[in-house]
Ligand binder design. Sequence first.
Ligand code: ZN
Length: 171
Amino acid sequence: MPSGRVHNLINIGAYSVLAAAALVASRQELIVVTQAQALTFTLGFAVGTFLLSPDLDLAEGRVDSKRHWGILGVLWVPYGLLFSHRGLSHSWVLGPLTRLAYVALMVALVVGLLRYVAPGVPLPEVPQPVSLKVVVPVVAGYYLSQWLHLVADGVRPDHGMKRSSRKIRRR
Ligand SMILES: [Zn+2]
């Protein structure tokens, strides 16, 4: 299993190749990539690579992606305890969603607590409705960063499904 550092290097390398290819292809007018799309894709990819890596399932111990959170890294300890290493957290579709859901839960808890403790404090508002033009490239960048990690780990896209179907067969 590659270390966190190696995962980061693989992702940065793949991003550079993709960015160069996208640049060439848009120069040749084969594709159209707006600046906003490139920026939001990059954001999703960077967050997925450095902050929301599948290896957060090891956050009960020391792991690179937890370190990137600084003191907030302790917030990931329950996630590390909840998810076994290379289990559901390392599946292709649900795995990345578990981390997004976990972040959403943490944000909701903090907001709830703030509303309760200090009801007068103004909170930053999410612009409504959130445009698909933003969501699609962010999600694409995020998922690509996760899939590169799984490929480097040697995890196949049917990871997890096989186990559950085996369980069903056994019954
Ligand atoms: Zn991993």
